[in-house]
Ligand binder design. Structure first.
Ligand SMILES: Cc1ncc(C[n+]2csc(CCOP(=O)(O)OP(=O)(O)O)c2C)c(N)n1
Length: 673
């Protein structure tokens, strides 16, 4: 057992004392890398570190210089958010230099916010959507058994909150059923999840008894005691006829006094250098001197600046900069659309029919604003834990009893994880369930692809009976949320985003659910919002514009900026169509825009065509004119997102006004020919 040198064939494993020292060193690396990245998950990375060093530096047989060696033991990190721990462990084992980990969560870096197998040697599977790794480990354990020449073991790292996902229990059931004794699951039982103590949010205990009932061998240890950790791995390897679970009782944030046992340190970086220094002093790793930490943080800063400069170079250029808030005029406020969702819930929450359902990322998606200042509403708040599929079924049950359930989580999980529940139980029954889909789009930033929802316009809009809103800013999100809850009877999905985006509407801007808004640029003003006129499509008379940009969500502000660029640079008139309601879609507004201009660009912060193809379909089926039409689409080009700074990602993925304007000019040239 141990790390195998590919040249000499020598096997090396660290002693207990060396492991204790390595854990201290790697805790220092993890918090420093997270600080440099300005985001990440320290709590769970620190709690798993002692088990991690035992595994990677002592227990596993692996060849860091030959990561795909078929005979290697495999570790599946089902808890992908503990990525900083995984990265520094791989580095310490010899897969790459530790300094590389300082590129954590940066654009084009292999150290994505959540592990991405194709990008980084040593990562066995991409993860970040909880509850999937153990099933994958079960598959790997089956595969090991299929060939009698195989002789490797499979490990899986899970969290205790993660055990609220039903899929974890499906995996536990199958591993027990098939007596997969080559499989060992580790539960990092630090007793906290995002919303608070696991016991209070959704109790999973008695965990060992439950595993035993599913025919597993169970070992419970102090997950910070190296003797107990090493003994547990030995016992697991010696156990025949059953898979083994090691329930490691740990402390979230272990080693940093102010992080220990504090739920708030789940997913945030130390915010000041003093705070980082305090964390490092607590950890007590002597090699992390002030000068060394300066050098390490400089690696991140240099890399970030270089990537930002590359992105700015990549942005299509015009005679001057039209970037948000770059000049003396056209000033624009920024606010996150998720805040608009929260404000709506606070405002309409007195309606006794409303019940909100939490799935552990409640503060992040602002669903908590419903009860935050209204303790009397707490009885109408339910938590289902990290269990999105159950959340939708529970919501349907509430709706069938006459309530208006409001669910919410990140869009990938809200629309994808529980798609079948939404399809059959919610939409087919046609019940009054409201779904908030947060973290829509690439602008989610450093969390990376697993958390950037780029497919849900497609998967929600295709469902019969579903209503889909993709509001353009925080103010419109409040209106869309209220309309979806109080006006719409039936299933409704509201898509919103994480980061602050331009606020381009006001309380007075018209908003009619199902009716698109036409936006026209009228000339520069002190405030960006005042440079435009907004008219409901039903009242709009064409003005002989040259081009139409049909957009939804935060691509509407980009479309507006494109209209500004086109007019100021080339005198081109643009009709921006804000399709805040994607389903039911405003067919008349879309067909009129195509008919009147003969040139349409769609814009979406989504896999290209999710929205664009809906618009194209409307035109193809309802076209009432004979003139030819030129059409193109702006969106993410059929690829997964990346970690990075939100605006750098918007440039990298070609989603800015400059990209729309450049495309418009190309199409206008084509039209002339
Ligand atoms: C399917 C899914 N739902 C929600 C999330 C968001 N999320 C990330 S970590 C986390 C809490 C995990 O708690 P736990 O398993 O106890 O991990 P630990 O406390 O050790 O970090 C949640 C809800 C996710 N990544 N995947």
């Amino acid at each position: 057992m141990g790390i195998i040198d590919v040249d000499t064939g020598e096997e090396r494993k660290l002693s207990k004392e060396e492991l204790v020292q390595a854990a201290r060193e790697l805790r220092a690396w993890a918090v420093t890398a997270i600080h440099g990245a300005r985001s990440g998950h320290p709590g769970g990375s620190l709690s798993i570190m002692d088990v991690g060093v035992a595994l990677y530096l002592n227990v596993l047989r692996h060849k860091p210089k030959d990561p795909e060696w078929p005979g290697r033991d495999r570790v599946y990190w089902s808890a992908g958010h503990k990525a900083p721990a995984l990265y520094v462990l791989l580095a310490k084992a010899g897969y790459f230099p530790l300094e590389e980990c300082m590129k954590l969560r940066q654009l084009h870096s292999p150290f994505q916010g959540h592990p991405h197998k194709p990008k980084l040697a040593g990562v066995e599977v991409s993860s970040g959507s909880l509850g999937q790794g153990l099933g994958c480990a079960v598959g790997a354990a089956f595969a090991e058994r299929l060939d009698p020449n195989n002789n490797y073991r499979i490990y899986c790292i899970t969290g205790d909150g993660e055990h609220q996902e039903g899929s974890i229990w499906e995996a536990i059931m199958s591993a027990g059923h098939y007596k997969l004794d080559n499989l060992c699951c580790i539960v990092d039982k630090n007793r906290l999840q995002i919303d608070g103590p696991v016991e209070e949010v959704m109790n999973i205990d008695p965990l060992a008894e439950k595993y035993r009932a599913f025919h597993w061998h169970t070992i419970e240890i102090d997950g910070h005691d190296m003797d107990q950790i090493l003994a547990a791995f030995e016992e697991a390897a010696a156990t025949k006829g059953k898979p083994t679970v090691i329930i490691a009782n740990t402390i979230k944030g272990k080693g940093v006094s102010f992080m220990e046992n504090v739920a708030g340190w789940h997913g945030v970086a130390t915010s000041t250098r003093e705070q980082l220094d305090q964390a490092l002093a607590d950890i007590g790793e002597p090699s992390f001197t002030k000068e060394r930490v300066d050098e390490l943080l400089a690696i991140t800063d240099r890399y970030r600046e270089q990537k930002h400069a590359e992105m700015m170079d990549k942005l299509p250029k015009f005679s001057r900069s039209y970037w948000w808030n770059s000049g003396g005029t056209m000033k624009c406020e920024m606010d996150a659309t998720r805040n608009g969702f929260g404000r709506a819930l606070e405002e309409i929450g007195d309606d006794e029919r409303i019940v909100t359902i939490h799935a552990d990322i409640s503060g992040s998606i602002r669903i908590t604003q419903f009860e935050e200042k209204h303790p009397e509403r707490v009885s109408r708040v339910i938590s289902v834990g990290i269990a999105e599929q159950n959340m939708m079924s529970v919501a349907a049950g509430l709706a069938l009893a006459g309530r208006i359930p409001i669910t919410g989580t990140y869009g990938v999980f809200a629309s994808g994880r529980c798609w079948d529940q939404i399809r059959t139980t919610v939409c087919y029954t046609n019940v009054n369930v409201k779904i908030g889909g947060a973290h829509g789009g690439i602008s989610v930033g450093p969390d990376g692809a697993t958390h950037q929802s780029l497919e849900e316009i497609s998967c929600m809009s295709i469902l019969p009976n579903m209503h889909v809103s993709v509001p353009c800013d925080a103010v419109e999100t409040t209106k869309a949320t209220k309309a979806s809850i109080l006006e719409v009877v039936g299933p409704a999905y509201v898509r919103f985003a994480r980061e602050a985006t331009p606020v381009v509407t006001t309380e007075d801007t018209p908003y009619i659910f199902g009716t698109a808004n036409i936006i026209r640029y009228r000339g520069e003003a002190e405030k960006f919002v005042d440079a435009f006129e907004v008219i409901p499509s039903t009242e709009y008379q064409g003005e002989g514009e040259d081009i139409a940009i049909i957009a939804c969500g935060p691509m509407v502000p980009e479309a507006m900026r494109a209209a500004w660029i086109l007019k100021e640079e080339k005198g081109i008139e643009t009709r921006v169509v804000n399709v805040h309601t994607v389903k039911p879609i405003d067919k008349e507004a879309i067909v009129a825009a195509a008919r009147d201009t003969g040139l349409v660009i769609t814009a979406e912060e989504h896999q290209v065509g999710g929205f664009g193809n809906i618009v194209a379909g409307v035109i193809a089926r309802h076209k009432d004119f004979d003139e030819p039409l030129l059409m193109d689409m702006v969106g993410v080009q059929d690829k997964f997102g990346e970690s990075g700074e939100p605006w750098d990602l918007m440039i990298e993925f070609g989603l800015c006004a400059e990209h729309i304007a450049e495309k418009a000019l190309r199409l206008l040239e084509q039209k002339k020919k």
